[in-house]
Design a protein around this ligand. Structure first.
Ligand code: DUC
Ligand code: ZN
Ligand code: ZN
Length: 487
């Protein structure tokens, strides 16, 4: 074998995939893994990874980047700043959002986000299409074309004024996704219950961030999840329930899956590692931790871990949604606004991998292979990101070499994004990404960014098994011939 056969060999690492752990060299040619084994090479460049854990690059399937939120606030990151944080944190693919607000044409929205990401993104990327106006043109023209172009997931909200849909619109979108081959991802919380509780809390003078948790009762999540599952079952459309936060929510998902429904679900580090106590800080400080749904209780954390163990919760995303702790973001409505006027969302794209590595690999909860499965392999498979989320011959050479012994006490600077703080500050973790490769090129070396804005690629997705309906629609719908399904 000549030295020119391989561009790069990563030598002697502990290579971890979702299926196995082995000591091996990884040879890379061009953008792909060319061989895995012992004594590979030589190559143009060799990296000594002896004793280091090597995993696939992280896949963050739910992050808000350079996006106007459902309440109308632009978040703090650009594609460049968010994907810089992603890269430094060991994430090489992100799925963020192309967010339609009423009055916007969906095609224009997707084109706009695609162009901004093409200029700024340092890692590979795809979009979930947030649809807030499923009119005739969107359902019959734009969505079929955009889905066929590889934007194979639609995101809908059951709450938030600018983007909330009613049941009839949701049914239209589910039928459209079923016909053309896309997943429907859902922020499921009961809007009326949240509004009703908010009114009562404010009337009672409970205005501090701690009241945010009370304003999003557990049953708001449970009711909306149950309703979405039933609508999806009636239409026979696979769905993904975003950011499950409660034990009851895990139970709802588990029962649906046991009944054979195509229901997928995720959770996020802030539900696994925080409880609602974080909101109860002096003054307005709790605003830094406000997200929806809110953090819950220790018993919920246990149930979420249990859901990850059983697979009912299929992956972990960051739900990165950064707002600065100043008048541009969290404190837009003034220095001490009531909880209902504070932007919801936490930064987390840069720390998701290190937090999960610490819990699962360093502290041993579920182990290294499940870490890879939940943060990389499973989201890549679910969303149809071909070549991503694994290390195998022919896969994209998206790799992370970990310094598994490095101990870090997280501080605000470690978030690496543009939020200016991290809600995980003060937490001690072990394990940190040392080198990150995107399609065979180093985008992080020695903990420093070497990737460039525009170096990330748009990932167009093919229709696949995870989007396939069961073939059984609700009896009344079936009796009138049903609605079409992609083949
Ligand atoms: N809630 C959302 O629905 N999205 C982003 C952040 C948040 O808190
Ligand atoms: Zn959400
Ligand atoms: Zn979100």
């Amino acid at each position: 074998m000549s030295a020119n056969d391989h561009d790069l060999v990563i030598r002697g690492g502990i290579v971890v995939t979702a299926g196995e752990t082995m000591r091996a060299d990884i040879a890379i040619r061009g953008e792909r893994v060319a061989a895995i084994g012992e004594g590979l090479g030589p190559a143009r460049r060799e990296i000594d990874a002896a004793g280091r854990i090597v995993t696939p690059g992280g896949v963050d399937a739910h992050c808000h980047i350079e996006q106007i939120s459902g309440t109308g606030v632009m978040n703090a990151d650009t594609f460049e700043t968010a994907t810089r944080a992603a890269a430094l944190g060991g994430t090489t693919s992100v799925i963020s959002f192309a967010s339609q607000h009423p009055g916007m044409r969906l095609r224009d929205v997707v084109d706009d986000y695609t162009a901004r990401a093409a200029r700024g993104a340092i890692v590979d990327h795809a979009f979930h299409m947030i649809v807030s106006d499923p009119d005739e043109a969107a359902l019959t023209r734009d969505l079929p074309a955009l889905i066929a172009e590889g934007h194979r997931s639609i995101k809908i909200f059951t709450t938030y004024d600018k983007v909330r849909l009613g049941d009839e619109q949701i049914l239209d979108l589910m039928a459209c996704a079923r016909e053309h081959g896309a997943l429907v991802c859902i922020h499921a919380e009961n809007d009326g219950l949240i509004r009703w509780m908010t009114r009562r809390l404010l009337a009672a003078g409970l205005t501090a961030p701690a009241a945010h948790a009370l304003s999003h009762p557990r049953v708001a999540e449970v009711e909306a999840m149950e309703r979405m599952i039933r609508l999806a079952a009636f239409v026979d459309q696979p769905i993904v329930l975003f950011h499950v936060s409660t034990a009851e929510g895990v139970g709802v998902v588990a029962r649906a899956r046991a009944a054979g429904l195509r229901v997928h679900a995720e959770t996020c580090p802030h539900y696994l590692f925080m409880t609602a106590e974080v909101l109860d800080r002096p003054g307005i400080e709790g605003a830094k931790f406000m997200c929806s749904p809110p953090q819950r209780e220790v018993l919920d954390q246990d149930a979420l871990w249990q859901g990850l163990a059983t697979g009912d919760l299929g992956y972990v995303s960051s739900d990165h949604s950064p707002y600065r702790f100043d008048q541009s973001g969290k404190l837009r409505a003034g220095p001490a606004p009531s909880f209902d006027r504070i932007a919801n969302g936490l930064p987390g794209i840069g720390l998701r991998q290190a937090l999960m590595f610490d819990a699962m690999v360093s502290k041993g909860r579920l182990g290294a292979q499940r870490f890879v499965e939940l943060t990389s392999t499973a989201p890549a498979r679910l969303y149809g990101l071909a070549g991503k989320g694994t290390i195998s011959v022919g896969s994209d050479a998206d790799l992370v070499i970990w310094d598994q012994d490095r101990r870090v006490t997280l501080s605000d600077a470690d978030g690496q994004d543009n939020a200016g703080y991290t809600p995980f500050a003060g937490r001690e973790i072990t394990g940190w990404p040392q080198m990150v490769l995107l399609r065979g090129r180093a985008i992080v070396e020695g903990g420093r960014l070497t990737g460039e804005p525009g170096g990330g690629r748009l990932l167009r997705r093919a229709v696949g098994e995870t989007m396939r309906p069961t073939g059984r629609q609700g009896a009344e719908l079936a009796a009138m011939g049903g609605t079409p399904a992609w083949r």
